[in-house]
Write a protein that binds this ligand. Structure first.
Ligand SMILES: [Fe+2]
Length: 245
């Protein structure tokens, strides 16, 4: 199972349109089984920005595309537009993998929150229907702080409770974004992969626009961090604060 994981497109004044176009072309040549988009599709949650991102995402060639939203999409009452343009996918099954998109964004707030009700719902569906499945959870906000991103201000408010649920329910993989810095953590048997920004000008230091190419083979997960218009990087490469390309 080949997964292309993209995040933080930020369609609007901060968009690097060439990066978005090139990134989508590169992903189409990979012919992934699944594309997961972990939010911040727009910069300000405006209608024109939602139309723009819808247009670009329609160029993706993949049978299963999961598009989630982030805190920027919820700005300026954008949460109403999210429901129209990208209704929350919730639960999808592909080739023995169950994928759940958790909503961590709240209107006009930068920090994330999953919430007790959503966590209880997640526990019940995983226990009732998906024992033995490879379990993939996608969300916008980073569950664990990411290095090289300055002072931590807006992680998930209830990250401890979310991590407890994810580890006790034997979730295999979490995909998230938000910090525009690719990274990977392993916590017990849970792998948490963070995507950089596919196409925003708001990058950190020397990090470039990038996306993740993830392979799932049984319960084994491998990842490459792909710079748009640049090389595929291994985990050891992204541990360096300066990506040399
Ligand atoms: Fe964000």
């Amino acid at each position: 199972m080949l997964i292309a994981h993209i995040s933080d497109l930020h369609c609007g004044p901060e968009l690097e349109e060439n990066m978005l176009k090139t990134g989508i072309e590169e992903i189409n040549t990979l012919e992934p089984d699944l594309v997961v988009v972990t939010g911040d599709l727009t910069e300000n949650g405006y209608l024109s920005e939602f139309k723009l991102v819808k247009h670009f995402l329609s160029k993706l060639k993949c049978n299963t595309i999961i598009v989630g939203t982030g805190n920027h999409d919820y700005k300026h009452t954008g949460y109403l537009l999210c429901q129209k343009f990208f209704p929350r996918p919730e639960v999808i099954e592909v080739n023995g993998i169950v994928i759940v998109y958790l909503s961590s964004a709240r209107p006009d707030r930068d920090e994330g929150e999953v919430g007790l009700r959503q966590l209880l719902w997640l526990e019940s569906i995983l226990q009732q229907k998906y024992k033995g499945f490879f379990k993939l959870i996608a969300m916008h906000h980073h569950l664990i702080p990411v290095p090289d991103t300055g002072i931590e201000r807006n992680t998930v408010n209830d990250a401890g409770d979310v991590l407890k649920t994810l580890t006790s329910e034997k979730v295999n993989l979490v995909l998230c974004g938000h910090k525009h810095r690719p990274w990977m953590w392993k916590l017990e048997n849970l792998i948490i992969i963070h995507a950089g920004s596919l196409s925003s000008k708001r990058l950190r230091g020397f990090f470039k626009n990038s996306y993740n190419i993830i392979k799932v083979d049984g319960s084994h997960v491998s990842v490459k961090f792909k710079v748009v218009n640049g090389p595929e990087l291994d985990i050891k490469d992204i541990h360096q604060p300066y990506i040399r390309i």
